[in-house]
Design a protein around this ligand. Structure first.
Ligand code: FAD
Length: 401
């Protein structure tokens, strides 16, 4: 309704876009479900739904919006949130766009207590079933026995054997870093290595003291663009260019459990998309070897980001008590994602149509889970977990809605 108020002469086009969104979301979910189905159900399901799947999964967001929307400003508004899955409109599958955008239509969700509450919810379930969860225990290798995945070896040399090995670290990272050469040479694994990692980002984490809601902070996500071309606002320079786009969010306002205390403490998160080339020369030890240059690059980016923020929220700047920059190198270090691509592999039509990203890999005993199996984002990663479980035990499908 709000879109129609703002673009009254495009009302029919807006309806057509949302109809397409719904259809493409259904097609995307069909592909996701297939990623856990055993044969022959997988092939039969695909054959039956082939037309719908191809129609929506094999086209880009840009192609669909170009066809349906005549006003370039309306098109820009509909495309502007491509950062929620990291695929530029002329590259991303419309089905991925539809799954992610549709799940925001009724408003977003925030985990009460912050992101750690997800682990706090999951770990007791694992433990109640006799398992254990180990943080900070990097796996260096998936072990094979007679062509079957039989266990993992950790970086510290511990070995764990299991009937099913589920890797949720990323499909590309699993193949490139954990599998032995003979498995990496298999067709499905080779195909996975051809997917590019998604975009990376700089993130400025803010701490405030004061009533931020009084000065423009809200519970909504804020997307700022400096031009109506919202499709390629990726930072490629090293702090010397003005910023074209910024995502701003105030997590503490979203968290109903947050107690701001007597000092009225709040948090904010400023994010810009970046190309790995902006930090590539500092990877693999470069940041330590040329510490001064690295510090000065970080300083420049931080200053640019704060300037941009100041322009949008001038009243909040005096309330800032803390700021710290996260870089693509930090993302790569903490999440293990290649080139800081925290959204996993590219979100292209090729990814949607690929059979290589099946939860049940051709290697007996080896399963994939996480965002690469379904779509980027928390909801996508949680669904990826469900798909991994369903691939191991199809009875899990009974719990799908
Ligand atoms: C700043 C920021 C804001 C975001 N905001 C949102 C948001 O508002 N909503 C949303 O839906 N999504 C958001 N995302 C995206 C979301 O975080 C990811 O899409 C999601 O976390 C992917 O989940 P995953 O489990 O597939 O992978 P990851 O969360 O990347 O988990 C992979 C895990 O594997 C571990 N790992 C890597 N290598 C190894 C190894 N060799 N051995 C053992 N463990 C290993 C990593 O340490 C990591 O814990 C955001 C991401 C960032 C960076």
């Amino acid at each position: 309704m709000e879109l129609k108020d703002r673009f009254p002469s495009n009302a029919a086009e807006i309806d057509a876009y949302f109809k397409a969104l719904q259809s493409a979301e259904e097609a995307g979910h069909m592909v996701s479900a297939e990623r856990a189905m055993p044969e022959p159900f997988n092939s039969a399901h695909h054959w039956w739904n082939k037309r719908k799947i191809e129609r929506w999964c094999s086209v880009t967001t840009g192609e669909v919006v170009d066809k349906l929307i005549s006003d370039p400003q309306l098109a820009a508004v509909l495309l502007a949130q491509w950062g929620t899955y990291g695929g530029k409109p002329n590259e991303a599958s419309f089905a991925i766009h539809s799954i992610v955008i549709s799940h925001y239509l009724e408003g977003a969700h925030y985990p009460v207590g912050g992101a750690t509450s997800i682990a706090k919810g999951l770990v007791p379930v694992i433990e109640a079933a006799g398992g254990s969860a180990r943080a900070a225990t990097p796996v260096s290798e998936i072990l094979m026995e007679n062509g079957k995945a039989s266990g993992v070896r950790t970086k510290s040399g511990e070995r764990f054997n299991a009937a099913a090995i589920v890797s949720a670290i990323g499909a590309g990272e699993t193949v490139k870093r954990l599998l032995p050469e003979e498995v990496r040479a298999q067709d499905w694994a080779r195909e996975i290595t051809t997917f590019k990692p998604s975009i990376c980002h700089f993130d400025l984490f803010l701490g405030f003291e004061g009533d931020i809601a009084q000065h423009g902070a809200t519970r909504s996500n804020h997307w700022f663009y400096e031009s109506w071309d919202t499709s390629d606002a990726i930072y490629r320079a090293q702090g010397s260019e003005p910023i074209q786009m910024m995502f701003v969010s105030f997590a503490s306002l979203k968290d109903s459990n947050h107690d701001p205390g007597p000092a009225n403490k709040h948090t904010g998160d400023l994010l810009i998309w970046a190309d790995w080339s902006s930090v590539a020369e500092f990877a693999d030890g470069g940041a330590e070897e040329r510490a001064d240059e690295w510090a000065s690059l970080k300083q420049r980016v931080e200053t640019r980001m704060l300037e941009f923020f100041k322009e949008k929220f001038p009243g909040l700047v005096p309330l800032i008590t803390y700021h710290e920059l996260g870089t693509p190198l930090a993302t790569a270090l903490f999440t293990g994602h290649e080139k800081g691509g925290f959204y996993g592999v590219e979100t292209t039509p090729r990814r949607m149509m690929s059979e290589a990203l099946h939860s049940r890999t051709p290697v007996p005993g080896l399963f994939l889970a996480g965002q690469d199996v379904v779509t980027p984002g928390i909801a996508g990663a949680l669904s990826g977990g469900m798909m991994g479980a369903a691939a191991i035990d199809p009875r899990v499908f009974q719990h799908f809605k």
